[in-house]
Design a protein around this ligand. Sequence first.
Ligand code: GLN
Length: 264
Amino acid sequence: MIVRRAEQKIAALLAPVAGEDARLEASFLLRAQGFRSPYQNVTEADAEALQPLIERRLSGEPLQYVLGEWEFFGLPFFVDKRVLIPRPDTEILVETAMKTLTGDRRGVLDLCCGSGCIGIALAVRASARVTAADVSADALALTERNAAKNGVSVATVQSDLFASVEGTFDLIVSNPPYLSKADMDARGAVLRFEPELALYGGEDGLDFYRRIAADYRRHLKPGGTLLLEIGMTQRQAVEALFGHSECVCDYGGRPRVIAVKEYD
Ligand code: GLN
């Protein structure tokens, strides 16, 4: 059977979970198995190797975990159930961060780094010197693999927010857990594959912003910037926590990044 036909067959199988993305997801699965051309031959053995991946996807596991790799900011990252799947929504955080990195002011702390995608994107695309911190040792292990995959080195530190972080930085960037109790309940089954540790921000979703607001100044250089990803309904609450700040919207027009600048 040629790839094109296999893609149709896989898409038909995936339709109940993938809906209108079924064809695209089928093509991702085939690419992950090394198929590049629509006319390559898919043998029985190839089809068998694909079967467990299709079954995982049919159980509701996100495509990104099934593939084990996903792109963020045009770069490849290993992802698995130990970390949040990198979202396109977060690319605006990286773009905003890049604008703040000038001259030799390139020391960056990526707080709650997860897969490491934010810090690593900054290291690759803006020559940032990155320290990546996360409370999860599993996340840090993945960050280290991802740094190596992208040909950069980042320092890693296991830390509950700033607790074990030392030194000061030109930029602190963070996509902390920010879903509220109500958000978590509303997502229900969809969420069950991603780690709650990476998503749940307490009853009102703001716990991590409160703790960051209390401590970030000690780790920011004069003239440095703090950039936080926020959920689309959190702008006012987070602005109130930090006082002086600016808000940047994502490409869907939703408030997505709060920027706090410390004056020289
Ligand atoms: N944006 C993510 C989501 O809505 C949440 C990310 C986070 O909590 N940091 O699933």
